[in-house]
Structures are given as structure tokens and as C-alpha cells.
Design a protein. Structure first.
Length: 166
């Protein structure tokens, strides 16, 4: 089950990465689009990172990212993030997901977790929520690409690499 979950979460992460890489600058940074594509990508990656963490206490995304995504007023980060910065964050999330799933035990999957906006659930269910959230973010970005440049990356059926990297 761990391998299957990784292959599907990894595929969603790959699809998100493909969408981020496909954006032309004028669409990526379009100030008229709310939220802008760069923020959709950042939001998705931030919550992938958070949901793979033990909880809110002690969580901090890697630099240059901040905890601004947790602000309930919905304030955007101080500046747009580049595709290169977000693709590096995506690689961080991919490594963290692979490591988390490689070490996942039945006990860890059953451990209760809680976030104010999703309530209490098992860590295993939160992993499925995260998979759905990443896929949703990738779909939103692909829709914007279709609407603006009439092209979007192909569907990824499963992560190319397994939990062991092969």
C-alpha cells in the first residue's frame, strides 16, 4: 500500500511540476488573475509540506518561504515566487513525501492529527487529503494554461520512480 500511495502522490507532484514549468512569464505573473498562478502553486506546495509534517508546532517551510500562507486573511506573500523557487520547493516536497511514505507504519498511519481547517483525522487519511489537494492544484494550473495558451502538460499515471528510487 505504501508503494501504491507513493506512486499516486508522486504522480500528482509530477503533474504539478509539469504545470509549473509550462507557464509563460506573462501568465505566471499576471497581476489581474486572482489568485495568480504562482500563488496557486505555492499554496499547493506549502500544504504538501505542512501535511507531511508532524503538525503546526515547529513547522517552518524552507527559505525563502514563510508561514504567511497560514494567515487567515489570505494575504499574499511579499513577492511573487519564481518557477525555479517553486520547482525547488516541489523537489523538497517530493523527497519529504517519499521519505515519509517509505517509513510509514500502520501505527503512524493510524495516528490522529488535527488542523483547524480540516479537523481531526488519521495521518493516513491526511495523506489522501494531501494527494487530492496536490492533484487539485495541478488541475487548476492546467485549466489556466488551457484557457490562456491552449496547451497543458499530459496526464501522469504514476510516479516514474518507486519508493526506493528505482
Amino acid at each position: 500500500m505504501r508503494e501504491a500511495l507513493w506512486r499516486q502522490l508522486g504522480a500528482a507532484v509530477d503533474m504539478l511540476g509539469n504545470a509549473i514549468a509550462a507557464f509563460p512569464d506573462e501568465v505566471w505573473l499576471d497581476p489581474a488573475r486572482r489568485p495568480p498562478p504562482w500563488h496557486l502553486a505555492y499554496h499547493t506546495l506549502f500544504f504538501l509540506d505542512l501535511y507531511l509534517s508532524p503538525g503546526l508546532d515547529g513547522f517552518a517551510p524552507p527559505a525563502p518561504f514563510t508561514l504567511s500562507e497560514l494567515d487567515p486573511s489570505g494575504v499574499l506573500p511579499e513577492r511573487p515566487y519564481t518557477r525555479a523557487e517553486l520547482l525547488a520547493y516541489l523537489d523538497h516536497g517530493r523527497r519529504k513525501a517519499r521519505s515519509t511514505l517509505a517509513g510509514l507504519t500502520d501505527e503512524a498511519a493510524a495516528r490522529p492529527v488535527s488542523f483547524p481547517w480540516v479537523g481531526e483525522m488519521s495521518f493516513g487519511e491526511l495523506l489522501l487529503v494531501s494527494l487530492r489537494h496536490v492533484q487539485h492544484g495541478a488541475a487548476q494550473l492546467n485549466l489556466i494554461l488551457r484557457q490562456t495558451v491552449d496547451a497543458a502538460p499530459e496526464w501522469v499515471k504514476r510516479a516514474a520512480e518507486g519508493l526506493d528510487g528505482g
